[in-house]
Write a protein that binds this ligand. Structure first.
Ligand code: NAD
Length: 299
């Protein structure tokens, strides 16, 4: 049995960011301003701080404007909603991202609902979820859109392929299933109550694992030659003497390499795609907000 090909999300994301940079330059030439992304961070969650910092760096590197709003953990919902409203009407802001999770006293759904759907570059607003469900153009959540780009790059036409998505979250599993359905795959969504998960996974030409359980999907569950997209990011307990454990996905990567046709590694697979797609969505938002034609399909 030959080894699975490694789907290099890091390299793909770097190329995508380059293309986004080219589009951002075209946008600036056409509109006289840079495309702008506003990121709102409430509180001091260390992981969120790292994400926000890397989003800022990537936005600037792509030739776009980054507006960072850092608010104290005890910010009231009224103050946060007022900031979102201010960003909604700010013509320099094309995309708005409120970093999740929010502190417990803030209602995430209410905050997401307050973002203008035309600036909702995360694609979490119900209007954009609805647009995706009925096949209208809107904004699609970054992680599943990134997975889809990797899949079509590897497989081309997905028509008639059996796809199994494990996980049904609004952020990954559900939009992923919608995208696969739009691409004419035969889609199954598996979740925590699914009976005989190994049997369900066995029939899949495409497996997307988005659960959040370290190495849960075993090599023997996979069909020979399956394409495996591992969205999970899990930290193992530290080995003795180390302060941090290794990062692993939801799939037993080492085992799966002997069975799968292709597989994304963790880290270096889906992870780097998420920010690249966020930048892509922001430049698309900029063209749309200015009423300019985006050379669609180019990014
Ligand atoms: P979530 O917790 O919202 O959803 C997990 C899903 O897994 C649920 O729908 C649940 O039904 C399902 N599930 C739980 N236990 C299961 C089991 N035993 N068998 C089958 N299904 C089961 O998580 P999420 O936000 O969708 O994220 C999933 C994973 O993806 C996490 O590890 C997260 O860190 C990672 N993630 C990565 C990126 C990225 O950029 N690479 C982005 C988002 C999420």
């Amino acid at each position: 049995m030959s080894e699975a090909q490694v789907i290099d999300g890091k390299a793909f994301a770097a190329k995508l960011r380059e293309r986004v940079g080219e589009q951002a330059a075209k946008f600036e030439a056409a509109s006289g301003r840079k495309a702008g992304l506003a990121v709102v961070l409430v509180g001091e969650d260390p992981a969120s701080q790292v994400y926000v910092r890397s989003k800022h760096k990537a936005t600037v590197a792509a030739g776009m404007e980054s507006f960072e709003h850092r608010l104290p953990a005890d910010t009231s919902e009224a103050d946060l909603l007022a900031l979102v409203e201010q960003l909604n009407v700010d013509p320099a802001v094309d995309g708005i991202l409120v970093q999740l999770p929010l502190p417990d006293h803030l209602d995430e759904q209410a905050v997401i609902a307050a973002i203008s759907p035309d600036k909702d570059v995360d694609g979490f607003h119900v209007t954009n979820a609805g647009r995706l469900a009925v096949g209208q153009s809107g904004f699609v959540p970054c992680t599943p859109l990134g997975c889809m780009m990797l899949l079509t790059d590897r497989l081309g036409d997905l028509s008639g392929l059996e796809a199994v998505v494990i996980g049904r979250s609004n952020i990954v599993g559900k939009p992923m299933a919608q995208l696969l359905l739009d691409a004419n795959a035969t889609v199954t969504i598996a979740h925590s109550r699914t009976k005989d998960l190994p049997g369900v996974v066995k029939r899949a030409d495409i497996v997307v694992a988005a659960v959040g359980r370290a190495e849960m999907v075993k090599a023997e569950w996979l069909k020979d030659g399956a394409t495996v997209i591992d969205v999970g990011i899990n930290r193992l307990p530290p080995a003795e003497g180390a302060d941090k454990g290794r990062l692993v996905g939801d799939v037993d990567y080492a085992g799966a390499q002997g069975v799968a046709g292709a597989i994304t590694p963790v880290p270096g697979g889906v992870g780097p795609m998420t920010i690249a797609v966020l930048l892509r969505n922001t430049v698309v938002a900029a063209f749309r907000n200015e009423g300019l034609d985006l050379p669609e399909g180019t990014i």
